[in-house]
Design a protein around this ligand. Structure first.
Ligand code: SAM
Ligand code: CA
Length: 250
């Protein structure tokens, strides 16, 4: 996804022959600072099952999909701050952000976790089982949009969700947002991942590799839409690949 941009930026940073930094460090523009944040604030406090999942995912060919651990730390803090119990996860992959939520919400909390790919979810599942949190997870193998529409057929589901993490197909973020604005309770939080799309949002389109253009366009459109949406308070935090935090206010 953001691999080529990541390569180009790390090359520009003169770091291709040094230790390979994670794509997540791209936006920060300083691998030393990113390393410092990870080593000082993130890794010492990362739960053992999350560390195990992160390391198990690292060798997978799509490992750059996994949520950046520093962004994950903020997501966990937000989950705690709203006392999240009912949550939605759109885009699971091997489950770093899913496990993070499962470890954070109370024992009787529930996560509706949606992904079109069960195989990658099952890579992380043994670690989630070992961590004793599988009972909180309702995994649904499906495109997310029809699942959200199905949930909304039940009027009681409106305003019933405390928190959602959105990290799937970027072209649908605007559609997810409309559904989530009904499902999330007022005061609830939705976090959208990858809203800075490897930094390409500020590059002229011609300078962006062809395969990154659709993601860039989706991010640009979505960022405009969210900025103009009076139903939410927002913060676009430059953590990981950019995360947009929305608090529903009406
Ligand atoms: N949050 C995950 C983590 O922390 O590891 C990473 C998610 S990964 C970036 C994106 C995921 O979205 C992939 O596993 C992909 O299969 C899934 N996906 C893509 N299109 C989807 C759709 N329409 N509905 C649901 N999931 C989708
Ligand atoms: Ca992501």
């Amino acid at each position: 996804m953001i691999n080529l941009v990541y390569y180009l930026v790390t090359a520009a940073m003169g770091s291709t022959n040094e230790e390979i930094i994670k794509p997540h460090a791209v936006l920060l523009q300083s691998k030393e600072l990113y390393k410092y944040i990870l080593q000082t604030s993130v890794y010492p406090r990362e739960a053992a099952p999350l560390k195990e999942l992160r390391e198990a995912t690292a060798t997978h060919h799509m490992s750059f999909y996994a949520t950046a651990p520093d962004a994950g730390q903020l997501v966990a803090l937000l989950l705690k701050m709203v006392n999240a119990k009912q949550t939605i996860e759109i885009g699971v992959y091997t489950g770093y952000s899913l496990l993070l939520a499962a470890l954070t919400i109370p024992d009787d909390g529930k996560i509706t976790a949606i992904d079109i790919n069960r195989t990658t979810y099952e890579m992380g599942l043994p670690i989630m089982k070992k961590a004793g949190v599988e009972h909180k997870i309702n995994f649904i193998e499906s495109p997310a949009l029809p699942v959200l529409d199905k949930l909304l057929e039940d009027k009681e589901k409106e305003g019933s969700i405390d928190f959602a993490f959105v990290d799937a197909d970027k072209g649908n973020y605007k559609n997810y947002h409309e559904r989530l604005m009904k499902l999330i309770k007022i005061g609830g939080i939705v976090v959208y991942d990858n809203t800075l799309w490897g930094g390409t949002v500020v590059l002229p389109e011609d300078d962006v590799p062809e395969f990154e253009r659709e993601g860039r366009k989706s991010a640009l459109e979505f960022n405009q839409k969210i900025s103009a949406d009076p139903r939410v308070e927002i913060c676009l935090a430059p953590l990981g690949d950019g995360i947009t935090i929305c608090r529903r206010i009406s």
